[in-house]
Design a protein around this ligand. Structure first.
Ligand code: ZN
Length: 733
């Protein structure tokens, strides 16, 4: 076998120390002796009594390791005729090693210089870790003997049989190919991972990178899967735990491959001493590896947290879709990965380093850049005394994996990660992180601030928006004698109890103000240490109240309809509930305003009916105007808008938009997006949006306060003095 990078040392068994060499061509393996490190350390010795500081220094002077063996390229597809360009290409490992050499991370000079390098600049280059074949005993720490035998048998099969087997295995979830040398390559890959992790766990090396293939993280305890034969990282983790029971008890496996490492998860699902954190695309179970055939087995969803003693030791950061990038990965590290990892406090960190989330990898479809990989590595190096072992998993764009791996290796060697800004985080990803936090909160102290278990409170918990509405009802009842208006509904929920309040004797009023508004704004100053909110540090701002007072003073009948952002259901168990979506909101509002129109307003003898829409709920104004032929009975419309601008138009009534333009006053917040460019601002001036005015204020309450006098005056001018004039014919002010 002619291969330049094949180390010719006899493979040591699993118990002996790994051999380290300064370069690829070195066939003897040189260990960094105690003398070597002492010599260097002495030069920096400041004074006596600094032993502690000195020992820290010495760890920093340990070299970074790299494990590579050309023979791992020999795992190739026997079914070469059918799929000549399989993404799990043997060149993947070679490209990474070449890139390391080109970048000067691995020594390529003559052997004669080696001794000088070892003495003078031992950490200038990566130290070579010799890959060896893993033993059956090591592999069977996580795999069944039956699975080991199955892989071993591959080396005894005929080419024809291998080709047929590859063809079969390539289908569906198994997604695998095999060849005559697959068994040997898989043994080396697992053995390389073992030696790499052991060299780091034992403290011989500062940290290390294993450039290995075939990858491992999809391989199950009893079967191969997803380009993976033996699950390298779990094997290495188990061997380290067995060989260094005192110093390597707790291990963090951080998997940033774009696919979920189902095999790793399942092998440690009940293990309290191995924390598995995976960042991967989930796509509701559609993205590989998807859901297992057995529905009882856990998949990569974020609610899969481990079982028994292992509860909380499995963290799935499951992205809703492809397209994630630096912003999402850095946020996941800052908000979830690092807080949990620090609380776990591992003795060793192993990175299952697939680079298929890298920018440029078509299979992954994500956009993680090399600087981001450097930062993630750097953060992980703050754990476990810096004992970080990186093991290659997937990643199929040769350029992307080489550059990403290079960024990781440089960081391991001590180069500071490149400066980068914090890119924006997508809303969907932010929601996923919040859900992961909520799901993990029972198991991790650091995930708890801000998470409430409302089930624990039972009937004692009332959502604040219902409390506030109850309070508003009391105030409006005391001040103006207002009472709830009966609304017939199919189901009665708490949020409906006080939803619509009216002044007494409204049916006899000549003037009526119908207010459709959002719940009042809530502001709170949470305690910065634990996120709790004291009632005395929380405030409600209710700009509507002044308008109700004004209307009552001026002898208007008032209908006050509160549109909650969410309808409280008794079976709610989620402490955080997003606002109702547009469709739900529209259905709710239509039901409400049409009921009020059909059963009350339409029947009243009102001369001057005004609509006041506040916030998101101003959708109700549009819904009423477009669903009921009522414009001739409405004297004017006033809206305060901070969110979506709603067009009012009708196919059956072509005059509706121009009527709306003439008879409305629509205040739009000063910071609204529609003012951001000329095109949009021009669009807003169209009839269907009404008479839009840019407020000089932001926020509903400040806007309502600012324009109160103007609105009062405008309404006053539109009132029919003698009850005979048709105000709707007048043009606006
Ligand atoms: Zn992958």
């Amino acid at each position: 076998m002619e291969s330049e990078d094949h180390s010719m040392v006899d493979a040591p068994n699993g118990v002996t120390q790994p051999q380290l060499s300064g370069n690829a061509e070195d066939a003897f393996g040189i260990q960094p002796s105690k003398e070597d490190t002492d010599m260097v350390a002495e030069e920096f010795e400041p004074e006596e009594g600094w032993e502690e500081l000195n020992s820290v220094k010495r760890r920093g002077l340990l070299p970074t390791g790299v494990c590579y063996d050309d023979r791992m390229k020999l795992h190739a597809n026997a079914d070469f005729g059918h799929a000549p360009h399989h993404p799990e290409d043997p060149r993947r490992v070679e490209e990474i090693m070449k890139t390391f050499k080109k970048a000067g991370l691995v020594f390529t000079g003559p052997d004669t210089e080696l001794l000088d390098i070892l003495r003078n600049t031992p950490i200038k280059y990566m130290w070579r870790i010799v890959a060896r074949e893993a033993t059956k005993q090591e592999i069977c720490t996580v795999h069944t003997a039956g699975h080991y035998d199955w892989v071993q048998d591959l080396s005894n099969m005929s080419t024809k049989d291998l080709r047929n087997l590859s063809h079969t295995l390539d289908q569906g979830r198994a997604s695998l190919y095999v060849g005559a040398m697959s068994y040997e390559a898989a043994l080396l890959s697992a053995g390389g991972a073992i030696e790499t992790c052991k060299a780091v766990a034992s403290g011989q090396l500062k940290n290390a990178f294993a450039i290995i293939r075939p990858p491992g993280h999809h391989a199950e305890y009893d079967s191969p899967m997803g380009f993976c034969l033996f699950n390298n990282v779990p094997i290495a983790a188990k061997v380290c735990q067995l060989e260094y029971p005192d110093t390597c008890r707790k291990i963090l496996i951080l998997d940033w491959d774009v696919h979920h490492g189902n095999g790793v998860q399942n092998m440690f699902y009940q293990d309290p001493n191995v924390l598995y954190i995976s960042l991967h695309v989930y796509q509701n179970g559609e993205f590989y590896p998807g859901k297992p055939d057995n529905p009882m087995l856990p998949d990569g969803d974020l609610d899969k947290v481990g079982e028994g003693l292992g509860k909380g030791k499995n963290v799935n950061i499951a992205w809703p879709d492809q397209g994630m990038g630096d912003g999402e990965y850095l946020a996941a590290f800052q908000k979830i990965v690092m807080p949990i990892a620090h609380e776990f406090n591992p003795d060793l960190v192993i990175i299952s380093a697939g680079f298929d989330a890298a920018d440029g990898d078509e299979l992954g479809g994500c956009f993680v850049t090399p600087p981001c990989y450097a930062h993630m590595t750097h953060m992980l190096m703050s754990l476990a005394n810096g004992r970080v072992a990186v093991c290659l998993e997937g990643g199929y764009n040769l350029k992307a994996i080489s550059q990403s791996a290079l960024a990781v290796a440089r960081t391991l060697m001590g180069e500071p990660p490149p400066q980068m800004g914090m890119p924006p985080l997508s809303k969907e990803a932010a929601r996923v992180l919040a859900r992961v936090q909520a799901v993990q909160a029972p198991y991790w102290e650091c995930m708890r601030p801000g998470i409430i278990d409302i089930q624990e409170y039972g009937d004692g918990a009332t959502r604040l928006h219902d409390v506030i509405r109850g309070y508003q009802r009391q105030i409006l009842s005391q001040k103006h004698g207002m009472v709830p208006l009966f609304i017939q509904r199919e189901a009665l929920f708490k949020s409906f109890e006080n939803q619509v309040l009216v002044t007494p004797g409204i049916q006899t009023k000549r003037k009526v103000l119908f207010i459709i508004h959002d719940p009042p704004e809530l502001q709170a100053m949470p305690d910065v240490t634990d996120n709790t909110v004291d009632p005395h540090n929380a405030f409600t701002l209710d700009g509507v109240m002044n308008y109700v007072d004004w209307a009552n003073k001026n002898d208007f009948g008032v209908i006050d309809a509160n549109v909650p952002h969410y309808i409280t259901h008794p079976e709610d168990i989620d402490p955080f509930t997003p606002r109702a979506d547009e469709k739900t909101l529209q259905d709710q509002i239509r039901e409400l305003v049409c009921y009020i129109w059909d059963n009350y307003l339409q029947l009243y003898d009102v001369e001057d009916l005004f609509l006041l829409g506040v916030g998101n709920a101003y959708l109700g104004v549009k819904v009423l105007l477009t669903n009921r032929n009522c414009k001739n009975r409405i004297a004017g419309v006033v809206n305060f808008v901070t969110g979506n601008l709603r067009p009012v138009k009708s196919e059956t009534d072509p005059d509706l938009s121009s009527w709306y333009k003439r008879n409305s006053l629509v205040f739009v917040a000063n910071d609204h997006a529609c003012w951001s460019d000329e095109e949009l601002a021009k669009k807003v001036s169209k009839k269907r949006f009404g008479r839009v005015k840019r407020s000089n204020q932001v926020g509903l309450n400040r806007m309502m306060e600012e324009h109160a006098a103007e609105v009062h005056e405008w309404i006053g001018e539109r009132l029919s003095q003698d009850g005979s004039g048709n105000t709707t014919e007048e043009d606006g002010k």
